[in-house]
Design a protein around this ligand. Sequence first.
Ligand SMILES: *[C@@H]1O[C@H](CO)[C@@H](O)[C@H](O)[C@H]1NC(C)=O
Ligand SMILES: *[C@@H]1O[C@H](CO)[C@@H](O)[C@H](O)[C@H]1NC(C)=O
Ligand SMILES: *[C@@H]1O[C@H](CO)[C@@H](O)[C@H](O)[C@H]1NC(C)=O
Length: 399
Amino acid sequence: MKLAIAVFTMVLLFYGTSADLSYTDRECGTDLTKLWLDVVAVVDNSIGMTNEGLDTTAAHIASVFSAGTRIGTQSSEPRTTRVGLVTYNVNAQQNADLNKFQSVDDLFNGVFADLKTVSTSAQSYLSTGLAAAESLFEYENFGTSRSHYKKVVIVYASTYVGEGEMDPLPVAIRLKTSGVNIITMAYVQNGDGFMLKQLAEIASPRFNFSSTDNNGNTVGQVQSALLETNCFCPSDWIQYRQNYTDYNSYRYGVCLQTVSLAANWRAAKMACANRWTNSYLVNEYNQQKHDYVLNVVQNSSGFFQPYSYHNGLNMVGGVWKWDQPSGWPQPALKNWYNWDPGYPITSSSLTAVLNQQNNEEVATGWQNIDYYKTAVNYVCETSSCDTDNYCSSAGRNGE
Ligand SMILES: *[C@@H]1O[C@H](CO)[C@@H](O)[C@H](O)[C@H]1NC(C)=O
Ligand SMILES: *[C@@H]1O[C@H](CO)[C@@H](O)[C@H](O)[C@H]1NC(C)=O
Ligand SMILES: *[C@@H]1O[C@H](CO)[C@@H](O)[C@H](O)[C@H]1NC(C)=O
């Protein structure tokens, strides 16, 4: 299985670097060595966790960050990850704030030392652990030079107690509403269905895991959740998902922005290029992307029926090509076409393309137009912020 994946990846790489440009939408970065996050591990150390469970948890945390992730902030490279540690039973204790671990060795030493022996308490209130994580973010992330780094809590729990004042759900909801993702890892000895159900509510969608439901790879599950968290769009940009109405559907490493101030194609192209580093007029490689763009347009203020908006298609040297950041090769149109009947019209002046809605039905088709004349709204596209693409707080990519 691993070998098959490796061969597949090599084929993809080869394909990507050949003259035939890849004709797919960008995927989120997956380079753990370039992860840039602020993380707090929140670990249950009540008796139920057992010394063995605690030791396993230390090893798990250490393994999640052992894939070359830069721990701490002592690097000229901005793509670094800070990891804090909180333990909880009746009360929570802050073992390491976000600035304590400055290397992966620090992290190893810290978590193994702090997760050596369970407390004497049989009680365990996740609400206290989450509240401690919340205050760490409050003091050490929000309002600091790292406030634009995505925030994650990883909960390791052996039990779930949640009633009245000790209900962890309100804190979890508060964290998630303020943009913090929550990963839960249930330490289950004998299939505690109640706990799993409760932790699923605490966790961000699809980020609820269990030590027994692992296929041997809970480390990989947590790493994937961290990579996914690290892949996001700048404010005012909308991330391209597999399914527009399903927020939890697969997310591409692509961000979209509608512009509701009409411009001709040439001006729209320049305006898109100036919106962000490496931004351009939207590509519509396939029906799924086209439909998604139309959904975004339908939900944007300043766009009215019949819809009419530029995409990135233009004639270059006699070939229809998709717009790209300046200096990048433009992929030639292939595979999927959305021309309206009678289009494209052969003409040396109709060298740009817009999407036009032709009847009551909400659907749009391509029509070629004059590069300098027809002024309509348009849609811009750029790469997501992720491990391959750092976004600074000033809001520009790759600097
Ligand atoms: C995670 O939550 C989903 C939805 O609530 C549930 O179907 C799934 O079994 C949970 N997974 C684990 C490991 O608890
Ligand atoms: C449509 O736009 C509204 C307002 O900007 C936003 O709250 C909502 O999430 C959008 N719908 C979808 C499915 O993205
Ligand atoms: C998209 O998501 C919605 C809401 O979850 C669902 O009803 C619909 O079937 C999904 N569409 C596709 C094509 O999967």
